[in-house]
Design a protein around this ligand. Structure first.
Ligand code: AMP
Length: 138
């Protein structure tokens, strides 16, 4: 499969579609997932065009994992989460729906039911407040 430069995350990176930005550096962008699986669900993506883990050069993966570690720590702190799940899906059979490499950072809470599937669309004010909480924890 070739990289589709019009996928939704590429459009977010170009500023064509808004997002609730948590953090940005030269190589990566972190923003709130629009259909959070739990409160605080954040996505970390490389700025480089790679559709999945197999097509990303090692340096891109390294930068994205370092950003993911930092964002995960901030999410854990911001939401006082006892657990944080990092998920990354490759290919439709694995459930990948957006074909620009991304890492899900998902706070997990003991005893709370969890299914690996998108939640309902969150309202914009809630996502903005959550992004601010995580930024403050960086
Ligand atoms: P995946 O199924 O691993 O490809 O995950 C794609 C994720 O992108 C899902 O969790 C969606 O909720 C999320 N998503 C799709 N469109 C947007 C968007 N415009 N802004 C933020 N998150 C999005």
């Amino acid at each position: 499969m070739t990289y589709d430069a019009d996928n939704i995350f590429a459009r977010i990176l170009r500023g064509e579609i808004p997002c609730h930005r948590v953090h940005e550096d030269a190589d990566t962008l972190a923003f709130m997932d629009i259909m959070p699986q739990t409160e605080g669900h954040t996505l970390v993506i490389p700025k480089a065009s790679a559709e999945d883990i197999f097509s990303a050069p090692p340096a891109v993966l390294a930068a994205t994992m370092q950003a993911t570690q930092r964002i995960a720590a901030a999410v854990r702190k911001a939401f006082d989460a006892p657990g944080v799940m990092i998920a990354q899906l490759n290919g439709p059979a694995a459930g990948q729906t957006v074909f620009h490499l991304h890492f899900h950072v998902i706070p997990r809470y003991a005893g709370k039911d969890f299914r690996m599937k998108s939640g309902p669309m969150a309202d914009q004010a809630t996502l903005a407040a959550h992004a601010a909480r995580i930024r403050a924890a960086l």
